[in-house]
Design a protein around this ligand. Structure first.
Ligand SMILES: NC(=O)c1ccc[n+]([C@@H]2O[C@H](COP(=O)([O-])OP(=O)(O)OC[C@H]3O[C@@H](n4cnc5c(N)ncnc54)[C@H](OP(=O)(O)O)[C@@H]3O)[C@@H](O)[C@H]2O)c1
Length: 326
């Protein structure tokens, strides 16, 4: 039996994904770029506006830079305007003349998000992409002033509120898309529906992080269904393992162990930029992506959550945020 080149590369890609280390480190894109989908055209985002949360650091900054390189105008949604402006200056040094705005946005402050979105809607009638990139892993259980566990607020509740508040400009674009940046760590957790706010048991930062990233994957699926008739595509993607300030500070031992095997931030952001700018990023919806390929949401013996379980998650999030309004 002879295998075609496409079948061989598909098998190799699969093995790299399931054995984790080759796929998640810089080895992954080094090999996959020889067979993955084409780059977007150099001006693919010219005339378009994209919004990125947590755009002042790591993958968010690399995503903003990637969008600017493709001619896109970027709204950098950052909780600290000073850090946002510093990142903006760095991007402008790389892409002189890029159009970048820093908007103050704390994703965990749910009450503030309708105003953030209203200000954005006034200035941006058409939004090509909304990237939920902001991420956090507090060392101990922390609640927001509104009483939500912090990783839940940053990864799940805030993105939900922002997506709803920006659905109009996303739909008006005609090729709008939403990207939830998740983590391969979510494969270690099931969809936790009995203790969504992590009030029981000993709090583990990595478990809280992975649980909420798992929730984000399925929230993205639910939003894909919700926005289908508005012509907006919704994706989740995981970046593999990239060297960023977040990884250095939250997982220093992991960062030291992997050292030069970690991807660059640009490489970690590559699939997000591709989903924002490519025609494929609007042609499909509701999938989890990694290195420009759809990936399963479950590995090993852990079954994927049922449609009913995903609906329970959606109901919880709607109840907790009051969004979408009944
Ligand atoms: N790097 C990796 O290998 C990796 C792997 C899997 C998934 N990810 C995901 O990729 C995303 C980016 O992570 P990173 O590695 O680039 O980490 P990072 O360098 O720590 O960047 C995280 C960004 O999120 C922002 N942020 C945190 N809480 C926020 C809030 N409440 N409101 C608004 N912004 C907030 C941070 O702002 P401040 O600067 O103000 O803190 C920062 O800009 C995260 O969602 C992370 O879970 C990364």
């Amino acid at each position: 039996m002879t295998l075609s080149v496409a079948a061989l590369t598909s098998r190799l890609d699969h093995v790299m994904d399931r054995t984790v280390l080759p796929g998640y480190t810089r080895i992954g894109p080094a090999l996959r770029r020889t067979w993955w989908a084409d780059d977007p055209a150099p001006d693919a985002l010219a005339g378009s506006v994209v919004a990125v949360t947590g755009a002042n650091s790591g993958l968010g900054k690399a995503t903003a830079l990637g969008a600017a390189r493709l001619g896109g105008e970027v709204r950098m949604l950052c909780r600290d305007v000073g850090r946002g402006e510093a990142a903006r200056a760095e991007i402008l040094r790389e892409v002189p003349g890029a159009v970048l705005h820093v908007d103050r946005c704390d994703v965990s402050d749910l009450g503030s998000l309708p105003q953030v979105a209203a200000d954005l809607r006034r200035e941006v009638p058409r939004l090509r992409a909304l990237v939920h990139n902001a991420g956090t892993m507090p060392p101990r259980r922390t609640e927001t002033p509104e009483g939500h566990e912090e990783t839940l607020a940053v990864h799940v509740l805030g993105p939900h509120v922002l997506t709803d508040a920006l659905r109009e400009p996303l739909a008006a674009d005609g090729a709008g898309r939403v990207v939830f940046v998740v983590s391969g760590g979510m494969y270690t957790q099931h969809l936790e529906l009995d203790d969504v706010e992590y009030t029981r048991g000993t709090y583990s930062p990595t478990v809280a992080y992975a649980r909420t990233k798992r929730m984000e994957v399925h929230l993205a699926e639910a939003w894909a269904r919700e926005l289908d008739r508005e012509g907006v595509a919704v994706h989740s993607m995981h970046p593999g393992w990239a060297e960023t300030p977040g990884v250095q500070s939250s997982l220093p031992r992991f960062a030291r162990t992997l050292g030069p095997l970690l991807r660059t931030a640009d490489s970690g952001a590559e699939t997000t930029v591709w989903l924002m700018a490519s025609s494929e990023g609007h042609a499909t919806s509701g999938h989890l992506w990694h290195d420009r390929a759809p990936r399963p949401t479950n590995h090993l013996a852990r079954p994927a959550p049922s449609r009913e379980q995903v609906e329970r998650l959606w109901d919880y999030v709607v109840e907790a945020t009051g969004v979408p309004a009944a």
